[in-house]
Design a protein around this ligand. Structure first.
Ligand code: ADP
Length: 258
């Protein structure tokens, strides 16, 4: 009988360890939730004053009697407020993803989404945007969110000084891959594993100039993952980058429902 004692003791230790681990997990979970709520509330509250500042600055800039110095000062306030507005918007978006990003999944006609983005960005972009997508491809997705994700990648490609961007759809058996290919400046190897992390920027000073928050790709990843998809990047400095998204293939919507 005495030799059984260590086993029982071990058992108790494991049980109490499991208990305290569970307690710790519960605390972590609630801390995580609190943090997410805080982030959502804080970014929401910050948005109102920034919007007001932007409105007033734009009003003042429209007035004609301004000295060069005054105008320059106002332009700086405007630029910085716009940057803060984007940062706050990105934070708000990201806080929504705290495990519960709402996506309304349905059959999305990919070519329509890509054509819309092409049209939207071609207006202000001097280079060429080309869509190579088969007509008959649908994916399981939320059209608004997919638009947001791909538009974000196109906007990054433009910021990287590309002159030619291709939106290519590869129709595989169960899945569909969307490639955003650019011939911009590319990204060196050491940065690639970190690109999708929050606040990660390749060149802080330069990206600040361009109004980046380093949240764009983190948002892209969390939306894609909410779709059960994945996103990855291949890139070479001086040659360009390819961002790929893999999504589940869907069937064409039923004619009566379409
Ligand atoms: P931001 O919101 O500041 O644009 P992102 O998360 O979208 O940040 O991008 C992270 C970093 O990756 C940025 O520093 C950006 O310069 C770099 N990057 C993203 N896309 C490309 C691209 N197509 N070509 C070169 N660099 C890119």
């Amino acid at each position: 009988k005495p030799e059984k004692l260590p086993e029982i003791e071990g058992h108790n230790e494991v049980a109490s360890l499991v208990k305290s681990l569970n307690r710790m997990l519960a605390r972590l979970e609630s801390a995580w939730e609190t943090q997410g709520r805080f982030l959502a509330d804080a970014s929401h509250e910050l948005r109102t004053p920034v919007t007001a500042i932007l409105g007033h600055v734009n009003y003042l800039l429209r007035r004609t009697q301004l000295s060069d110095q005054q105008r320059e000062g106002l332009e700086i306030i405007k630029r910085e407020s716009e940057r803060m507005h984007k940062l706050v918007g990105d934070l708000l978006e990201l806080s929504k993803t705290g495990g519960s990003w709402k996506v309304e999944l349905g059959s999305v006609h990919l070519k329509t989404v890509l054509d819309e983005i092409e049209e939207e960005y071609s207006k202000s972009f001097e280079g060429r945007i080309e869509v190579q997508a088969p007509e008959e491809v649908w994916v399981l997705g939320d059209p608004e969110r997919l638009h947001q994700v791909i538009a974000n990648l196109v906007s990054n490609a433009i910021k990287a000084n590309s002159t030619h961007i291709r939106l290519v759809v590869l129709d595989l058996a169960e899945r569909v891959v969307i490639r955003v290919e650019d011939n911009g400046e590319g990204i060196s190897k050491e940065h690639l594993p970190h690109l999708f992390e929050r606040f990660y920027r390749v060149d802080k000073a330069r990206d600040r100039e361009r109004g980046g928050s380093g949240l764009g790709l983190a948002i892209v990843r969390s939306i894609v993952e909410a779709h059960g998809g994945s996103v990855w990047v291949e890139s070479e400095p001086g040659k360009g980058s390819v961002f790929s998204i893999s999504l589940k293939r869907a069937s064409a919507p039923h004619p009566q429902l379409a």
